[in-house]
Design a protein around this ligand. Structure first.
Ligand code: ADP
Ligand code: MG
Length: 330
């Protein structure tokens, strides 16, 4: 059974790369790192019921398991190359197991093909439904995007839009309105099939002073940049990029709370010196995701946010770590 399963995975995720000297099938893969490159490696685990809702389509799970990892490489400015997949599956009837594995492999492979990533090995065991993906990418020495480089006076930007995935997680009744249903579908797609900003990460290399991917929420993740860099950040709530799908599902205050505190967006938050910001923003616009200026780096520590009323709110206090469900229409 296990070998059939590995064969399926291999068949469905086949991706030729010259630098894979030996892929799936032996005790270890043999990989050739290009001359003059450093290896950037990352690993992330998804647990059913913790990192994705029970009942999520297997193809979405396969996509997301790779996407969250490619997002980490993107945030480092690395070019993705190889992946390993450790898969733990509960016992199931053979046909259900086959369907699950095919779905996982299909979703994984769709995203892998998009980025030329080869699945070069993994492990398969029985137990609760858990996927660990490890990814490997390349970055020239000294060019990786780090969390520690933000400087006072830098501008803070974020790619794409924020808050969609967190809103997509809310299992809210959809009004009897096709537009409402479409908006919900857009938000759920953002939750289940995040787009790792790989090309944006490459464009930031040598230009952004610091970068992080937004997995735990903007305030938390920008907070990590501030801590690593020994600076503070000030954000303008009115500038947060919000999708029309999100704004169509809740009021602006709730949408901003999702954008600030919700997780799973997998956008890139980065800092850049003002003199380089305009050209970089134009380049990211051409890449399709765009980037929005949301604040600036200041002396001090922590992230604070100015509302439209001009009042400042500091992060880390009671009031941030909640989702304002009660303000969302049913
Ligand atoms: P071993 O006992 O030597 O670890 P396995 O039976 O676990 O061998 O794996 C056999 C081959 O199949 C190895 O090359 C391994 O990398 C690959 N493999 C196992 N599980 C997976 C998986 N889930 N995804 C991709 N490759 C896998
Ligand atoms: Mg093994």
């Amino acid at each position: 059974m296990e070998f059939r399963l590995i064969d399926r995975l291999q068949a469905l995720t086949a991706q030729a790369r010259d630098d894979v000297r030996l892929g799936i099938g032996d005790d270890a893969a043999l990989l050739a790192v290009p001359d003059g490159q450093q290896l950037a490696v990352a690993i992330d685990t998804l647990v059913e019921g913790v990192h994705f809702p029970v009942g999520t389509a297997p193809a979405d799970v396969g996509w997301k398991a790779l996407a969250v990892n490619l997002s980490d490489l993107a945030a480092m400015g690395a070019t993705p190359a190889w992946a390993l997949l450790a898969l733990t599956l509960p016992a199931q009837p053979a046909d259900a197991q086959q369907a699950r594995v095919d779905g996982l492999a299909e979703g994984f492979a769709q995203l892998a093909r998009r980025h030329g990533v080869a699945l070069v090995g993994g492990d398969t065991t029985r137990g609760p439904f858990v996927l660990s993906v490890a990814v490997h990418g390349f970055v020239p020495p000294g060019q990786a995007l780090r969390r520690e480089g933000a400087r006072v006076g830098d501008l803070v930007f974020v790619t794409g839009t924020l808050g969609d995935a967190a809103a997509g997680l809310q299992r809210l009744a959809v009004a009897d309105d096709p537009d409402e249903e479409n908006r919900r579908a857009v938000l759920r797609e953002r939750l289940n099939r995040p787009t790792p900003r790989v090309a944006a990460g490459l464009a930031l290399r040598g230009r952004a002073t610091a970068c992080i991917d937004v997995s735990d929420g903007l305030l938390a993740d920008l907070g990590h940049v501030c801590t690593a860099s020994g600076v503070g950040a000030e954000l303008e709530a009115s500038t947060l990029p919000l999708s029309s799908a999100l704004l169509g599902c809740c009021d602006k205050a709730a949408a901003r709370d999702y954008a600030l505190s919700g997780g799973d967006d997998y956008e890139l938050c980065f800092t850049v010196a003002p003199a380089r910001a305009g050209e970089l923003q134009a380049d990211l616009g051409r890449l399709g995701c765009g980037a929005t200026r949301i604040g600036r780096i200041v002396a001090g520590a922590g992230v604070r946010v100015r509302g439209e009323d001009g009042a400042w709110r500091a992060s880390g206090r009671a009031g941030w770590d909640h989702f304002p469900d009660e303000t969302l229409p049913g």
